[in-house]
Design a protein around this ligand. Structure first.
Ligand SMILES: Nc1ncnc2c1ncn2[C@@H]1O[C@H](COP(=O)(O)OP(=O)(O)OP(=O)(O)O)[C@@H](O)[C@H]1O
Length: 593
């Protein structure tokens, strides 16, 4: 309870910058709405008392005035309710946007190892469903709770002459409500967490039918029934849990309703037997009871919602505590590579695994050198590069950049000097030019940097055939968008890396999807771009290895050979074996002709 309150208050403090005059106006209106129904009750009592007198005497002046006041208060209440609903809508979207932005900012900075954890994904899914209730709804429930207490207190004062046992009954009903609903919300959270992994899998499978990239495979492998049956099992598991829970909940709520009705009946009997009645008192009691019931319901409702929020809120604060990539002021700002990169006795395993995927790596890369890293699938090439990029930093040993450990650098300043094409690069639903310059927005189609990047990446020819050239929107699921071929996308990825014009360039399989003629042009462009730059190229296409200064051969997470193309070929190395096995297809094909 103490922890829940702590989280609720932390959240309110976090939302404080959004407390504009609209929020204060909302609170003032709520305060008025706590008072006005009670004034209405008093007026009702007066109407009840004035009624017999007016009828007897035939004088309706006072009665009419009271009725007009009553109608005026009613109209005012309706206007205030409508005003608050309008304010609520505006504030709601404002607060939602604010919190969502906080989460987006956080998630874009957390360590990449966290993004790969299943429990983090489950937490994120829970958060995306519950986040909208953390903003203005939280404040609203808080204020509504306070308003209901204020309203009930005033009402109890107005009805102070009514028998004390009535108050005891009201307290009992409220307590029962709070107790049962509290239990129900805890169980709901448990079920939600229990089912979130299966929900996520079911959601992923549902998405396969509309996934543009996989739609063809789903059809060609006739996966429809296979996916549907897998989805159905998961969906049924989740639904079964939900239905069982809902049934229990209905039973509980039904019983609560019956108990409440019985207690209300007892309350009325007490009123009839133990209080002296005038028409005014009777009207006051019946209207008051109705109002009390509604307000008590509002009180429990806002309390429950606060309870619910406080159950999910820790998850929000836990996410905000996720470890980020270090951005501390004492870290060194990287100003560019002066000497080179040294990897010393480095071993690494992914945070979700016990297996070392890199073992005892020792490697020196001098400034201006071009290195190709080769090796069979799963030998650790990409993992090594990800560590060099600082995406994973829980490795053993050291990565030293210009005599300073990579841990000592501010990661963002370091990455500003690196241009990278990863195996899984983004295909953003934006224009061609935006896909190339991304956040370093250029100055349009005639930007010389853009021209150079597209020329070196061999993209110019196909871009010139696009309907709106550089402004063509990519991704056909959006209006006016179109798609590129795999190779064309890869050229855009390369142009993106070239546009950045950084002094360190890392390319992971830059020509995997490129046709042989284009590959030749790409190599020429790559070599022109990489002059005076330090470069690491990961590749299975060994042709480029002839042009680099150094080839690093990896196997089973270890470096097994280092040397130039000529040296490794002459030594009859593992590299020679790989090179010959590729060459044989071309040589044999020539012989067969
Ligand atoms: N996120 C991850 N979590 C756990 N293990 C991983 C992860 N990514 C890769 N691995 C494992 O690390 C090993 C090395 O993978 P890596 O991607 O570095 O190989 P690679 O040499 O680049 O392969 P390829 O040539 O196929 O791209 C593989 O056995 C793979 O299963």
């Amino acid at each position: 309870m103490k922890r829940s309150l702590h989280h609720l208050f932390c959240m309110i403090i976090m939302l404080k910058p959004l407390f504009s005059w609209k929020v204060y106006l909302f609170i003032v209106i709520l305060g008025m709405l706590a008072f006005l129904p009670n004034i209405q009750l008093i007026v009702t009592e007066h109407i009840g008392n004035a009624l017999p007198y007016s009828i007897q005497q035939g004088q309706y002046g006072e009665l009419i005035v009271l009725l007009v006041i009553q109608a005026g208060i009613f109209a005012l209440i309706q206007i205030l309710i409508a005003g608050n609903r309008m304010l609520e809508k505006q504030l709601n979207s404002h607060f939602k946007c604010y919190l969502q932005e906080i989460v987006h900012k956080k998630m874009s900075r957390v360590k990449i190892s966290l993004i790969e954890r299943a429990d983090v994904h489950n937490q994120m899914m829970t958060l995306s469903n519950t986040l909208p209730s953390f903003g203005f709804p939280l404040l609203m429930n808080f204020f509504n709770f306070a308003k209901s207490i204020l309203s009930i207190s005033i009402m109890l004062y107005v009805m102070r002459n009514i028998h004390v046992s009535v108050l005891i009954i009201i307290a009992t009903v409220s307590f029962l409500n709070v107790f049962i609903v509290r239990k129900y919300y805890h169980r709901q959270l448990q079920i939600y967490l229990q089912a979130s992994e299966d929900s996520r899998k079911a959601e992923y499978l549902s998405g396969l039918f509309t996934d543009r990239e996989l739609a063809s495979e789903v059809r060609m492998f006739q996966l429809n029934q296979f996916i549907i049956s897998k989805w159905k099992t998961l969906f049924t598991n989740v639904e079964k849990l939900q239905v069982q829970f809902k049934n229990k909940q209905e039973l509980l709520y039904g019983s609560l309703q019956i108990i409440t009705q019985v207690l209300q009946l007892v309350m009325l009997i007490i009123l009839v037997l133990f209080t002296s009645f005038t028409v005014g008192t009777y009207m006051l009691v019946t209207q008051g009871l109705l109002h009390l019931q509604n307000t008590a319901h509002e009180l429990v409702e806002s309390f429950n919602r606060l309870q619910e929020t406080s159950i999910y809120l820790p998850s929000f604060f836990e996410i905000l505590q996720f470890e980020e990539e270090s951005e501390e002021p004492h870290l060194i700002q990287f100003g560019g590579l002066n000497q080179g990169i040294k990897v010393q006795n480095m071993s690494f395993k992914y945070p979700n695994s016990e297996r070392y995927v890199l073992q005892q790596i020792n490697l020196t890369l001098h400034k201006g050198e071009k290195v190709a890293i080769v090796g069979h699938n799963g030998s650790g090439k990409t993992s090594l590069v990800k560590c060099l990029l600082g995406l994973y930093d829980q490795y053993e040993g050291e990565i030293v950049i210009d005599d300073v450990s990579l841990h000592g650098y501010d990661k963002n300043s370091f990455r500003k000097h690196i241009a990278v094409l990863l195996q899984t690069y983004g295909k953003y639903p934006m224009s061609v030019q935006e896909n190339i310059w991304l956040n370093n927005e250029g100055d349009g189609r005639n930007d010389p940097k853009l021209q150079k990047a597209t020329q070196l990446s061999d993209s110019q020819d196909f871009i010139n055939t696009l309907p709106h050239l550089m402004e063509t929107q990519l991704n056909p699921i959006f209006d006016d968008g179109m798609d590129l071929s795999g190779g064309q996308w890869q050229k855009i990825g390369l142009a993106r890396a070239y546009y950045r014009n950084a002094d360190i360039v890392i390319l992971d399989e830059p020509t995997a999807a490129i046709d042989p003629l284009a590959e030749d042009r790409l190599f020429q462009g790559m070599l022109a771009h990489l002059t005076n730059k330090t470069a690491i190229i990961l590749t299975h296409r060994l042709g480029i290895c002839r042009w680099v200064d150094k080839i690093v051969v990896m196997d089973g997470g270890r470096i097994v050979e280092i040397g130039s193309h000529d040296k490794l070929i002459n030594e009859g190395s593992y590299y020679k074996e790989m090179y010959d096995s590729q060459l044989k297809w071309y040589v044999n094909a020539t012989v067969a002709k």
